[in-house]
Design a protein around this ligand. Structure first.
Ligand SMILES: Nc1ncnc2c1ncn2[C@@H]1O[C@H](COP(=O)(O)OP(=O)(O)OP(=O)(O)O)[C@@H](O)[C@H]1O
Ligand SMILES: [Mg+2]
Length: 316
């Protein structure tokens, strides 16, 4: 029943009962006798209390809906407001839930499109860096080597330095290309790619250990890329923000899937707002039906946990 009819019928019943009593057995004298005044006040109080109760019960679902709206987060989908209360409120809550369904779907499709465009673009830039700039620098290196054999003694050192600089540039380009497109992922698989990621982030101030067993449940290609990118962003954050001297990347089998853990012993998140790095991780996790949590690590530091479902059938 709608809130309107609930309140209306309650008041109607109350007033009709009062009128019936006044027209029938009950009389109110002038001036009013104490017993009569008591009965009128008691009746009024009962009517008001019943009104307040009906309103409170009828409006509670609206308050719950307000709270659900205020805390809704499309990056943590699935939470829905409980459909309850009078007819109009229940209809409103159902409409809101349907709207959330649609928004979550649209967001997921949009994010999938944006992320796959980003990966394609990274592939393209990596390939061009490798194939164009890399080849040119390799040719320069070969030419310098030939020149080095012919130049007079006093110029030999300078040519040697040019060779060194070119070689360093070439290494740098290969490194950038590798970071843009985790080629090791295609060539050697996820465990090796994660091990080389850990090695890449190990510098004199930070030691990154890895525990990546070889015999893990199979993941889809898409899921492997998500694991890789989450580990990459986790370690980038560790290197940039955590002031940690130790970090670890751990991959382990869990019921129906795999769990990635990136843990550091740094200063912790300290309530910092999430930036595009962490929300990017969440977007990627959503795409493959994985659950992501970013939490303080036991003791100190930060834990990033990604639970990703294993590939079913021959989806690889
Ligand atoms: N491992 C960490 N240790 C300490 N603080 C961290 C860690 N990871 C993230 N943070 C904090 O959380 C914030 C948000 O991280 P996030 O990766 O979303 O954005 P960002 O790294 O600042 O920028 P970007 O978009 O380039 O990733 C950081 O600015 C930092 O303050
Ligand atoms: Mg970041």
């Amino acid at each position: 029943m709608s809130l309107f009819w609930r309140i209306f019928s309650l008041n109607a019943v109350g007033l009709i009962a009062a009128a019936a009593l006044l027209l029938g057995p009950v009389t109110v004298s002038t001036p009013v006798l104490p017993g009569e005044a008591l009965a009128v006040v008691a009746g009024l109080a009962a009517l008001l209390a019943a009104n307040a109760l009906v309103l409170r019960i009828g409006l509670a679902p609206l308050q719950r809906l307000g709270r659900a709206m205020a805390t809704a987060d499309l990056l943590r989908p699935g939470a829905r407001a409980l459909v309850a209360g009078p007819a109009e409120t229940a209809a409103l809550i159902t409409t809101y839930n349907t709207m959330l369904d649609r928004l979550e779907n649209e967001r997921a499709t949009g994010a999938a499109r944006a992320l796959s465009a980003q990966e394609r673009e990274r592939h393209r830039v990596a390939r061009e860096l490798h194939d164009e700039v890399g080849q040119t620098l390799t040719a320069v290196l070969l030419q310098l080597k030939r020149v080095a054999d012919w130049v007079p003694e006093e110029l030999r050192e300078e040519v040697g330095q040019a060779q060194e600089a070119t070689r360093a540039g070439l290494d740098e380009i290969r490194r950038i290309a590798r970071r843009l497109r985790p080629g090791v992922l295609d060539e050697l698989g996820l465990p090796s790619a994660l091990r080389s990621l850990a090695a890449e982030f190990t510098t004199h101030g930070l030691t990154v250990r890895h525990h990546v067993p070889g015999d893990l449940p199979r993941l889809t290609e898409e899921s492997e890329l998500v694991v890789y990118r989450v580990a990459q962003e986790g370690l980038t954050n560790t290197a940039r923000h955590a002031a940690a001297d130790r970090a670890e990347v751990r991959l382990r089998p869990v019921t129906d899937g795999v769990e990635l853990l990136v843990r550091d012993n740094g200063k912790g998140l300290g309530g910092a707002p999430e930036g595009s790095g962490i929300s990017g991780m969440r977007e990627r996790a959503l795409l493959v039906g994985a659950a992501l949590s970013v939490e303080p690590a036991p003791g100190r530091g930060t834990d990033i946990r990604l639970r990703i479902p294993a590939a079913t059938g021959k989806s690889r």
